[in-house]
Ligand binder design. Structure first.
Ligand code: KIV
Ligand code: ZN
Length: 555
């Protein structure tokens, strides 16, 4: 990289708009959405979609609720043309969906495009030509007037052919391609020239699509360009202002959202942001950003995983794991403190719902309810070496109903984390349970319990047990005010180090008569050290006795 970047690059000149209004506005309604997956998205694929892939994606877009879908560039290839014909002839376009086709300002291409639309109920013919200084100079070698002439001619060729589509409601769209890199005055001039040809009315509005073809500045600059344009456009009521952002500087979503504040009423984009270079605007993000502010976006992403699968199958692209809302990991917390907060948040939410309260969603680290997108709460917490005790405990409880006492979580959390660290990967819940079993439930050396029996008399419990200590069998006996106390007495009398029980709790692991119980025991040794143990048995009494042995063995 250059030390002196300014010797090669220059800042982008912003529009002067001291009184801009958009910074003080808020979004309250969704825009008109237009999917450009099958055109802009498709043209950016290493292997473009075949007809059956396009059909599958088209159906998925319809299911999401898109009412305007740019289906292709029919004059560009036979596949594109065939796809258009297939959609129309097989009656695959619902009556409330308008198909959109893109075309350059060339008569032969316009001719073929109009031909492809015969029989469609609703269509938008989308004309474009590039308008930025670099495109005018380098690509066309033409001055401003000639570029305006090009747009006028294209508009007229289209207008002349509309009568050939008698059964079709035709609407018209014009894009000054590379709008954001074009002088705003010139963009306005060329759009006005096209309006002169098409003569839109408030009842039959032109779509003026103002693309951020290549992001060249910050999103506030784009918003100023849009607001300037909207403010200065004559016959504003005869136009729908549309935006179409790409993502070269990584701010395509922000540019669209700020442009909506600035007056854009329509948004073109693709699912998951597929498109040229860094991609088009990801419509899923903008729609769900509205949704998480309580605004119905008018698009349905209630099964975002299924949609992602269709998209990946059809395009061959992969949705990155961190893609907002749709990425595999976006509802997963790895850090222990995040897991703990989410866990508490979800509990509080459930409790408030049970009470019939209608408090708004406000859960730490989760901007919306994953369930609304067909995703699961369970995905929220997984365990890796960064997870704290909260994540470990949550997984044991949610997957196996093992409710570790708080203090025991503090002991087992670091033990589990060390093991996960050693493995160097995430662990599944079953692996975590196996770790717990190895650490506590299966601890049977140096002490092993072979037999245990009690009898009670006047509130005093006597126990007899057979144990194996370091391979040697021994019979022990003791008394206490309960089976645990009697067993502790027996063990100490039989040579175990002196200890007392400082915590005891148990619960069943499942339901029904044959369900096992799990007992948790904490012992305190004579030097003050404490140790936890756990035992599992179908008898609660035996579970607690095994838990004592487990704790002793961990001493
Ligand atoms: O990015 C762009 O400018 C385009 C136009 C054709 C609308 O895709
Ligand atoms: Zn584009």
């Amino acid at each position: 990289m250059l030390k002196n970047a300014s010797s090669k690059y220059r800042p982008f000149p912003p529009v002067r708009l001291p009184d801009h209004q958009w910074p003080n506005r808020v979004l309250t309604a969704p825009p008109i959405w237009c999917s450009v997956d099958l055109r802009d998205g498709n043209q950016a694929l290493a292997v473009p979609m075949n007809v059956s892939q396009k059909l599958e994606l088209f159906d998925a877009l319809v299911k999401c609720g898109f009412k305007e879908i740019e289906v292709g560039f029919p004059a560009a290839s036979n596949t594109e043309f065939a796809f258009m014909r297939r959609l129309i002839e097989d009656n695959r376009i619902p009556d409330d969906v308008t198909i959109q086709v893109l075309v350059q300002a060339r008569e032969d291409l316009i001719e073929r495009t109009v031909e492809s639309l015969v029989g469609a109920k609703n269509a938008i013919i989308h004309l474009y030509n590039s308008t930025s200084p670099a495109q005018r100079r380098i690509v066309f070698g033409l001055g401003k007037d000639e570029i305006v002439q090009m747009a006028r001619r294209g508009a007229q060729w289209i207008k002349d052919r509309i009568p050939r589509l008698p059964g079709t409601r035709v609407r018209l769209e014009y894009s000054p391609e590379s709008f954001s890199a074009t002088e705003v005055e010139f963009a306005l001039e060329i759009c006005t020239a096209v309006m002169d040809v098409w003569q839109p009315t408030p009842a039959d509005r032109i779509i003026l699509n103002l693309p951020d073809t290549v992001e060249v500045a910050m999103p506030n600059v784009y918003a100023d360009q849009i607001e300037w344009f909207v403010h200065n456009l004559p016959r504003r009521d005869s136009a729908i202002i549309s935006v179409h952002t790409h993502n070269d500087r990584g701010t395509g979503v922000a540019a669209t959202e700020l442009a909506m504040l600035a007056g854009a009423e329509r948004v073109e984009g693709t699912l998951f942001g597929n498109g040229e270079r860094t991609g088009n605007l990801d419509v899923v993000i903008v729609a769900l950003n509205l949704y998480m502010h309580g605004i119905d976006p008018g698009l349905e992403f209630g099964d975002v995983n299924a949609l992602r699968e269709v998209y990946e199958r059809c395009t061959g692209m992969t949705v990155p794991a961190r893609q907002p809302y749709a990425g595999e990991l976006v509802f997963t917390a790895f850090s222990g403190s995040h897991q703990d907060a989410i866990r508490k948040g979800l509990r509080a939410w459930e409790i408030s719902r049970e009470k019939g309260e209608t408090t708004p969603w406000d859960i730490p680290y989760l901007t919306l309810d994953p369930g609304d997108l067909g995703r699961e709460y369970r995905e929220v917490i997984r365990v890796n070496s960064q997870s704290g005790k909260g994540g470990v405990a949550y997984l044991l409880e949610s997957e196996f109903g093992i409710e570790l006492p708080k203090d025991m979580q503090r002991e087992f959390g670091p033990i589990a984390n060390d093991e996960v660290d050693r493995l160097g990967r995430e662990v599944r819940a079953t692996e975590l349970k196996a770790m717990f079993w190895r650490e506590y439930v299966e601890r049977d050396t140096p002490w092993h319990l072979d037999q245990f029996a009690t009898e009670g008399n006047n509130g005093v419990v006597s126990c007899r047990a057979t144990v194996t200590r370091e391979g040697k069998p021994a019979a022990i006996a003791g008394q206490g005010n309960g089976p645990i106390a009697a067993f502790v007495h027996a063990l100490v009398a039989g040579g175990a180090p002196k200890f007392e029980v400082s915590h005891y709790s148990e619960h069943s692991l499942g339901s029904g008569e044959g369900a096992a119980a799990i007992a948790y025991i904490q012992i305190r040794l004579a030097d003050g050290r404490t140790r936890w143990g756990a035992g599992v048995d179908t008898s609660i009494e035996l579970a607690s006795i095994k838990a004592v042995v487990s704790a002793l063995n961990r001493g």
